[in-house]
Design a protein around this ligand. Structure first.
Ligand code: PLP
Length: 802
């Protein structure tokens, strides 16, 4: 362990070397850059050791393939995991610097849209903490998820220039580059297929250390960047004088890793996306095979040494790509290759939303990836034959289950049949997969299906983001919970302890004041820390029902206008959400929230009893400020639509009370905290399926019989909101005529649940008991537990501690 004196010496030296300035002259960025570089170097010793350890022991290693990694900032987490956070804080203090200030200057690594990418990041942290040999494989996008600004109430997107000031954490490994081939003609020679006339792209890996918690273990997040190959800069074109064309080719090639697609749970079906998927999958697998060969172990036993995890369907070309390498390059036959692939690969399903399910047009696919397409055709042919002959399926059933159908390749079907394990991400979600969405597959291969409820790393979402709460917890139950967060349950022993409750209350109050200051600074809105901080933070999507929340706020406002002196618990409704740039109704929902905010916040008649705040640019860093300050966690998706959710777990861990439908992991949160410590409302799973199956649901009855709803809906289109009457017509039409997410159906139940929240909050004893019970039971949602279950139940990997 580095001593304080050493740390100080190293830092001063680093600062001078890196910036060429004295500490007084150094800019904040210089200070950050020096500190981060130093921390990365500290981690580097263990990084090399860890890789040698894994190789020497020839232990089984996991490669977690994901098209997104939403990691956020690294500095504080790395300091904590290295056990150097206090040292750093004290040393900087002595130098007249502030660690928190310096850390805040780091750009978020925002290479993900939402939950899926954040899960991948939490999993990286947990694998390292548990000394599980597990590495990430993804794309080094030059631009991450867009930066959101709110202008005149509308979302406006700006490019996320996260790499502008260089990325301290990554190391370019040019010598480990590989070529990925697109297009070309498939040829056969001596019984082996190969490609000719391809367009090759150089895949260059950038490695980022993933530091384990105080365990000398450092895993690797490897992100691939696309580069034109020198010979690709076409000198023949060049010499013919077609100067611009030569550059265009280079530009086209490098566009592959240029920018992250900004869609959450939506598949655009664009060829560039297909290129991205094959690019990182092919590069990743080639890299794995190359290092595997150095071990000198038999390729036929690949699955004893390597596990490839497919995070949603985006990396499912790992299956045909590994088939290609085993057959075309290693000379295995079909059957043996298939058996190796199936034993090596495992797949996680993340959604049942039909708009998110990837399907590629055969025409587009076969042109871009002719050899991969051939392999998929063969996989499909053999699978369909099995369905007829082994499982005696009808033609109709076979058509439904085939990998290729209606001129499209169904990536989920490919992932299912090429993997030995298929998991859902919360118990309810897995049951829906087994009994509804993937029923056909479950019936013929039930043993492959299993559940792994998502989790979150308490190191980022509690220790780092809420240090004050962490201190109070440790004061009462000691610090063993940091190693095993299940021990947070011991907090229940103090639930009636007045001092403990007071300290929990004080911490929340402080965090609320900090958020209030942030809101004042960024939105110029004064909010009252004594009011309920009710937070709805997640991607903007119809199924997540921000619409239900804002319509309910409009109703509360109407109620207060009619009776301003009503005994009303003051509330601050806080939203944060990015909408996909092409998702019009989602963007209009942002405009609606901001329009209501303007109206409500500036209406003195309601005496500040309601405030509405939309915080721009929801990101990991903003989440780290929001979660610790929330009283109420809005988890109000249409039941069956949210596969798991992880935001719900972060709020719970920070002592917020959840208002929830029984959807995704909310079901398991309910089970943990019990009836009294969560506020449930809305349709059940059975009711939702019944409504869908009967095709009879209409909203006119609801609107006629509920004047609250009638009034709010009218206000959307009658000018009440002070904008064009047409502005929110699309939201009106969608809930009135096509309410497929049951916003109006659940309105009454939601309003009643919000009433209960008000009552509980007024009684401090009840509320603090609820908050504490939530914190105390959040340990089961630690991603450490989830990862242990993946390791033993899917990957069969052991911990390889130093
Ligand atoms: C946790 C997290 C999410 C996922 O939130 P859900 O409520 O589960 O959809 C999305 N974005 C960010 C930045 C997160 O930290």
């Amino acid at each position: 362990m580095v001593t304080k004196a050493q740390f100080k010496k190293d830092y001063l030296k680093k600062l001078t070397v890196k910036s060429g300035r004295t500490i007084e002259e150094a800019s904040r960025w210089d200070q950050y850059h020096a500190l981060a570089s130093m921390v990365r170097e500290y981690a580097s010793m263990d990084w090399v050791d860890t890789n040698n350890r894994y190789d020497d022991k020839a232990c089984k290693q996991v490669f977690y393939f994901s098209i997104e990694f939403l990691t956020g900032k690294f500095l504080m987490n790395n300091l904590i995991n290295l056990g150097l956070d206090e040292t750093a804080s004290e040393v900087l203090d002595e130098l007249g610097l502030d660690l928190e200030d310096i850390a805040s200057i780091e750009k978020d690594q925002g290479l993900g849209n939402g939950g899926l990418g954040r899960l991948a990041a939490c999993f990286m942290d947990s694998m390292a903490a548990l000394a599980i040999p597990g590495h990430g494989c993804g794309i080094r996008y030059n631009y991450g998820l867009f930066e959101q600004k709110i202008i005149n109430g509308y979302q406006v997107e700006f490019p996320d220039r996260w790499l502008n000031n260089r990325n301290v954490w990554e190391v370019k490994k040019a010598d480990k580059s590989v070529e990925v081939h697109f297009y070309g003609d498939v040829k056969l020679e001596n019984g082996r297929y190969f490609l000719e006339n391809t367009t090759p792209v150089l895949a260059v890996p950038y490695d980022t250390p993933v530091v384990g918690y105080k365990n000398d273990t450092v895993n690797t997040l490897r992100l691939w960047s696309a580069q034109a190959i020198n010979k690709e800069f076409d000198y023949s074109t060049f010499s013919r004088g077609e100067y611009m064309d030569a550059f265009k080719k280079k530009y086209d090639v490098e566009s592959i890793s240029q920018v992250l697609y900004p869609n959450d749970s939506y598949d655009e079906g664009k060829v560039l996306r297909l290129k991205q998927e094959y690019f990182f999958v092919s590069a990743g697998i080639q890299g794995i095979i190359r290092s595997f060969k150095k071990l000198g172990k038999p390729m036929a036993k690949l699955y004893d040494y390597i596990s490839i995890h497919i995070n949603d369907t985006h990396p499912s070309m790992a299956i045909p790509e590994l088939m290609r390498i085993l057959m075309d390059e290693e000379g295995f036959g079909w059957d043996e290759s298939w058996s190796i692939v199936e034993k090596t690969c495992s797949y996680t399903n993340h959604t049942i939303l039909s708009e998110a399910l990837e399907k590629w047009p055969v025409e587009m696919f076969s042109k871009l990836l002719p050899r991969i397409y051939m392999i998929i055709e063969e996989i499909n042919k053999r699978f369909c034959l099995d369905l007829f002959e082994v499982y005696h399926k009808t033609q109709e059933e076979v058509n439904r289950m085939a990998v290729i159908g209606h001129g499209e390749i169904r990536m989920a079907h490919l992932a299912i049949i090429g993997s030995h394990s298929i998991n859902g991400v919360a118990r309810l979600h897995t049951e829906i997969l087994k009994n509804k969405e993937l029923k056909d597959f479950y019936n013929i291969m039930p043993a492959k299906f299993n559940n792994k409820t998502n989790g979150i790393t308490h190191r980022r979402w509690l220790i780092n983001s809420n240090p004050e709460l962490s201190k109070v917890i440790t004061k009462y139950i000691g610090d063993y919970w940091i190693r095993d967060p299940q021990h947070l349950r011991e907090l229940m022993k103090f639930i009636d302890d007045k001092d403990f409750r007071q300290e929990i209350d004080d911490v929340k109050r402080k965090n609320k004041e900090a958020l209030a200051a942030y809101i004042l600074k960024h939105n110029n809105i004064v909010v009252n820390p004594d009011s309920i901080f009710d937070v709805h933070a997640k991607r903007l999507h119809e199924y997540k029902r921000q619409t239900l929340n804002i319509l309910h706020i409009m109703y509360l406002y109407n109620r207060l206008l009619k009776n301003p002196d009503e005994d009303f618990v003051p509330r601050t409704f806080i939203f944060a959400a990015k909408a996909a740039p092409s998702y019009y109704i989602a963007k209009q929902t942002i405009k609606l929230i901001n329009t209501v905010a303007d109206l409500v916040n500036n209406d003195t008649r309601i005496k500040d009893k309601i405030k509405v705040v939309f915080l721009e640019n929801y990101s990991v860093s903003l989440a780290e400020i929001l979660m610790p300050a929330a009283d109420v966690s809005e988890q109000i998706s249409t039941t069956t639509k949210e596969a798991s959710g992880t935001g719900n777990m972060k709020f719970m861990m920070n002592g917020a009370v959840t208002i929830a439908t029984l959807d995704g992991a909310n079901v398991e949160i309910h089970e943990q905290v019990g009836e009294d410590n969560i506020v449930l409302f809305g349709l059940t799973e059975e009711e939702v399926y019944e409504l869908y199956e009967r095709h009879e649901y209409k909203t006119d009855h609801i609107i006629e019989n509920d004047p609250r709803i009638k009034e709010v809906l009218d206000q959307l289109i009658n000018g009440f909101l002070g904008v064009d009457k047409e502005e929110f017509q699309i939201i009106y039409d969608s809930v009135v005529y096509n309410d497929e997410y049951f916003v109006l159906k659940d309105f009454d139940s939601y309003a009643a649940a919000q009433e209960r929240i008000g009552h509980y909050y007024t009684d401090e004893d009840i509320w603090l008991k609820m908050a504490i019970t939530n914190i105390a039971h959040s340990g089961v949602f630690s991603s450490d537990k989830t990862i242990q279950e993946y390791a033993s139940g899917i990957w069969e990997t052991d911990r390889v501690p130093k």
